[in-house]
Design a binder for this molecule. Structure first.
Ligand SMILES: C[S@@+](CC[C@H](N)C(=O)[O-])C[C@H]1O[C@@H](n2cnc3c(N)ncnc32)[C@H](O)[C@@H]1O
Length: 455
């Protein structure tokens, strides 16, 4: 086997994140995106003594679990990867992937339970779309990155992960931008106007936020500056089922391909309101909030089930976002301290606690590791819910340093959970079971919930 060689290979198993593994000439080959049971044609892209990787070229034979995808964007859109499996098949594959990841690392942890999402279609409460083109200098597109291509963007007018209002907004705003000849932003030259479109819609209240991320440069080739009123008018004319609550223009002149910059309110407020159980949460553009609201209720309940008794307890909600987990605990605990580094999210968490009449919560803005150094309270309960890159050794060690009997870890990335669990193990904390909660049907993502116990 050598680099560049084309091979035909049967996928025997999968490992998180979405890597199919098969055997060719007695050696294991890893192919991103290939599913267990498929036979694929692939080209060897990396050959080292420790690892052989190949890029998939074509599915020659589908697995027995697969059928035709119902989504017309499947294949071109990079958003979903498990479109050809029924929901049971998706859950089975996600469990298999995480199980293999931990097995390969030599950690014997029971990973048998996976809880499905209460909704499998139109479950998302947020989408971040990009403006661009499907091929170089092609017509303006607004949607998702093309599968396997970071620069190309495909329209997704019929995406099933979101409800009709998202599709109406997507199609309406693309039509408006095309008609007005608004220019897309060019990442290479850092010139142009249109960058991203963020849509948030609350499941609990139906409130909608629309945020246009664009530069402060001219909106078209004639040099006209952004006409916010015309943009807003077009949005207000769209036949939306929910309530338009917030229209924002994010002045984004930065070099990074992310939504960032000062916010100019074109209409309404700078937040929408979501409901979780009987709690109310204000969500601003930059605050993290779980993208599957009803799935989040199950996720948080799964985490809460691991804590025996909250009454009279001091609880730390680390990486607290808008303070969701903290406020669920605060209904029973004596005190909750949340730490989160996005100021917007901390402000929202404080307002949310007041809105929910919870007077026993304190939310601190800053890096979890740094802020823990100055927090004087001793926790009885710690729940951590870090971002995709995990906590890292320093923060994990600081948390283990509290020496409490158990810690609950909620993770959206099994790979970094694994790394942190290895650190925890060295520090005397063990886990014997991980429960998976699927918050992202049709895609390869999955949440993990586990309890670490001090040995
Ligand atoms: C997966 S989210 C969890 C949020 C919250 N627990 C929830 O369920 O809505 C992770 C959060 O950690 C925050 N974050 C990431 N790194 C951080 C750090 N080093 N210190 C403090 N917060 C951080 C992010 O801004 C994000 O809000």
């Amino acid at each position: 086997m050598k680099k560049g060689q084309e091979i035909e290979i049967k996928i025997e198993k999968m490992k998180y994140p979405n890597v199919g593994i098969g055997t060719f000439e007695g050696e294991q080959v890893r192919i991103k995106g290939a599913l267990t049971g498929q036979t694929v044609k692939a080209r060897i892209s990396k050959k080292r003594s420790s690892k052989i990787e190949a890029r998939p070229l074509e599915v020659i034979e589908r697995s027995e679990r697969e059928s035709a995808s119902f989504c017309e964007h499947f294949g071109s859109c990079g958003g979903c990867m498990l479109q050809t499996l029924d929901y049971e098949g998706q859950l089975a594959i996600k469990r298999e992937m995480v199980k293999h990841l931990f097995e390969e690392a030599g950690l014997e942890i029971k990973i048998d339970k996976i809880i499905g999402s209460p909704e499998i279609f139109e479950y998302r409460n947020k989408m971040e779309y990009s403006f661009g083109d499907e091929f170089k200098d092609g017509p303006l597109t607004l949607g998702m990155h093309k599968k396997g291509h970071h620069h190309d963007v495909v329209n997704v007018p019929h995406c099933h992960l979101v409800d009709e209002d998202y599709r109406t907004l997507l199609n309406g705003i693309l039509a408006y931008a095309t008609e007005k000849k608004l220019i897309k932003y060019n990442k290479r030259s850092n010139e142009g106007f249109l960058r991203h479109l963020v849509v948030r819609k609350s499941k609990g209240t139906g409130e909608i936020m629309v945020a246009l991320s664009a530069t402060t440069g001219p909106q078209d080739a004639e040099g006209n500056s952004f006409d916010g009123s015309a943009f807003l008018k077009r949005i207000q004319e769209l036949p939306l089922k929910g309530t338009l609550k917030s229209v924002l223009y994010v002045k984004n002149d930065g070099l990074g391909d992310v939504v960032a910059g000062d916010i100019c309110i074109l209409f309404g407020d700078d937040f929408i309101t979501e409901k979780l159980y009987d709690l109310t949460f204000k969500i601003t553009l930059y605050s993290f909030f779980q993208t599957n609201t009803h799935g989040a209720e199950i996720l948080y309940q799964t985490a809460m089930n691991l804590i025996d008794d909250l009454s009279d307890k001091v609880c730390f909600d680390l990486f607290s976002g808008t303070g969701t987990i903290g406020q669920i605990m605060a209904q029973k605990a004596s005190q909750v301290i949340g730490i989160e580094w996005v100021q917007d999210a901390v402000d929202a968490a404080k307002e949310n606690a007041a809105l929910n009449r919870l007077t026993n919560c304190k939310f601190i803005c800053g890096d979890v590791f740094e802020k823990l150094q100055s927090v004087t309270e001793q926790p009885d309960v710690i729940v951590v819910d870090p971002p995709r890159n995990g906590m890292g050794e320093k923060t994990t060690t600081a948390i283990a340093g509290y020496n409490i009997p158990s810690i609950v870890y909620v993770s959206c990335n099994p790979s970094t959970l694994l790394e942190d669990l290895i650190v925890f193990r060295k520090l005397g904390y063990e886990t014997d079971e991980i429960t998976l909660v699927d918050m992202f049907p049709w895609t390869g993502g999955v949440e993990c919930v586990t309890q670490l116990r001090k040995i």
